[in-house]
Design a binder for this molecule. Structure first.
Ligand code: UN1
Length: 531
């Protein structure tokens, strides 16, 4: 280990660089990444990529593709294994950086780094498996084979709420299958992205295989990368973020005949039926609604509670909400959630109070932004150091109301009364999204009816809407995506194309379908006439 070069710590205020073709590249314009829990604390200064730099990154990835795609898959797999080892070694420091930069708790941050490590473990061995098939031919002396081929240059744009786990779901399988990459990480978490990229470089990636360009999305690096599809420099686009941006990426990809991976929003239902274990359901509902301050695409959006237990659930749920610990997760490890990741999310969440009032929902708990004069009992620390939101609970919310339909991405939840399993399924499906879903019940029939009838990519029975494991297919239906899946064996389908090969050694022209030597059947046998 002693001869391993260690990363130098950037002096405060030093602008870090993009990674393009193995070189560190800076830009004239820069932006700061700040500690989400303490806006005075600058985590790092990052370059704002120009269109030319984004193009140069794509061209570097294109140049690196032939050699990387010809590197044997087991060798690429071993390199992925080295990334996993580097992540394991740096897990604690990386987790602290995740907490500092985007504001989730350390427990969650460690979980999210572990998710990236698990992804590396999974794909390390996948490098020894990328199976094709041998298929019998209908002609003699001819063999049919299928191969998985890489796609080429993959453009990746990711969100700030899972700044290492979700990028790893894209980057690791893309690399393993032989593609090269241009990654534009979230402007909310560039420091985590930078550290992750450095660890991937450490594992020995050749220059140009992974390029990272920093910057904002709109009218900036993110949009330039989308434009590169029209310049013919990109073969695959993978995006996690809003449905609105996802639709735009899908349109540009479509006219370029690119099949993008789009992991978009959610408004995830959590159903609690009359026979549920209420203690378990309350705990699950609290974490689904308020874990990560509601800033997961898998967070619960509506809690659908069966009429006979509505009042009992509401009382217990509110009791837990009143005592929630909230504050700076860097200083107070016991908090359930920290600040908003950025001001935009905060403002959007604040606006939903207006929607609730206009649509006639009833506010049960919450007073908007947490300030010195308006702080919940469980708040610890300085509320003015960042954007913190009251845990907010509504009732009287019905399908059709904005807050029922739209993803809000903050600490807020709607309690919706339903009557039995059929009404629960109907109400759960009354949103334009379909990412995750959950039901609490002891009835096998009701659980079965739910998993059979719910329109969602993921369903938990007696567990939360969050917490998908790293080797299961992740993705949604309806407005939550375009049917692509990430993780496990399923993701491989979206970073490779099938190549069908037929290998004829007969030495003559053999025409399938036209000259196939089917056996002629003999005259029919009528069993009745036999005896
Ligand atoms: C996201 O919010 O984009 O299932 C991903 C979960 C996490 C991933 C969330 N494993 O909640």
């Amino acid at each position: 280990m002693s001869d391993t070069p260690t990363a130098e710590k950037a002096a405060p205020g030093t602008t870090l660089g993009h990674l393009i073709d193995g070189a560190v590249v800076t830009s004239q314009r820069t932006f700061e990444s700040r500690n989400s829990s303490d806006l005075q604390d600058v985590v790092g200064v990052f370059p704002e990529a120009t269109r030319e730099q984004v193009r140069a990154a794509c061209e570097a990835a294109k140049r690196a593709f032939p050699a990387w795609s010809k590197t044997p898959a087991p060798i690429r797999g071993e390199l992925i294994g080295s990334i996993g080892k580097a992540l394991e070694r740096e897990k604690e420091a990386l987790s602290r950086l995740v907490t500092r930069e985007m504001g989730k708790t350390l427990k969650e941050a460690r979980g999210s780094v572990q998710e990236a490590i698990d992804t590396c473990h999974f794909f390390q061995s996948e490098g020894r498996r990328l199976y094709g098939q041998t298929v019998p031919s209908e002609m003699p002396n001819k063999e049919l084979l299928t191969y998985r081929r890489p796609l080429g240059v993959v453009a990746i744009v990711t969100a700030g709420n899972f700044p290492i786990a979700v990028p790893s779901w894209k980057i690791i399988p893309a690399l393993l299958t032989g593609n090269t990459i241009v990654w534009k990480p979230s402007e909310d978490a560039p420091a985590v992205a930078y550290a992750f990229a450095r660890l991937m470089e450490e594992a020995g990636l050749p220059a140009g295989v992974l390029n990272v360009v920093f910057g904002q999305g709109k009218d900036a690096a993110g949009e330039y990368l989308v434009d590169m599809m029209d310049e013919g420099l990109i073969d695959k686009f993978a995006f996690t973020g809003s449905t609105r941006v996802g639709r735009h990426i899908g349109e540009v990809a479509g006219r370029n005949l690119i099949h993008p991976t789009l992991e978009l929003g959610g408004k995830n239902p959590l159903v609690i039926l009359r026979d549920a274990d209420l203690d378990n359901a309350v705990e699950g509902a609290i974490f689904s609604a308020f874990g990560t301050g509601g800033q997961r695409c898998t967070s619960a959006g509506n809690i659908l509670v069966d009429a006979p237990i509505y009042d009992a659930f509401k009382e217990r749920f509110l009791e837990r909400v009143r005592s929630l610990k909230i504050g700076d997760p860097n200083k107070h490890p016991e908090v359930l959630y920290g600040p908003f990741i950025n001001r935009r999310f905060f403002e959007r969440w604040e606006e939903h109070y207006q929607w609730g009032r206009e649509d006639g929902a009833t506010l049960l708990h919450g007073e908007g932004r947490i300030t010195a004069d308006s702080r919940p009992a469980g708040f610890v620390g300085d509320p003015e150091a960042a954007y913190y939101g009251w845990p907010t609970v509504w009732e009287g919310v019905r399908p059709g109301m904005r807050q029922f339909q739209e993803e809000i991405f903050g600490p807020t939840i709607n309690l919706v009364k339903v009557d039995g399993i059929a009404d629960a399924i109907r109400t759960a499906n009354a949103v334009d999204y379909g990412l995750s879903s959950a039901i609490y019940t002891d009835s096998r029939e009701w659980a079965y009816a739910f998993k059979d009838g719910i329109e969602a990519g993921m369903t938990s029975i007696n567990n939360t809407t969050v917490g998908a494991e790293a080797h299961m297919p992740f993705g949604g239906v309806k407005g939550s995506g375009n049917g692509t899946r990430e993780s496990g064996i399923w993701v491989i389908e979206f970073y490779t194309r099938w190549h069908a090969v037929n290998d004829d050694i007969s030495g003559k022209l053999q025409l399938a379908q036209m000259e196939t030597a089917y056996v002629e059947p003999k005259p029919p046998v009528a069993v009745e006439e036999l005896f």
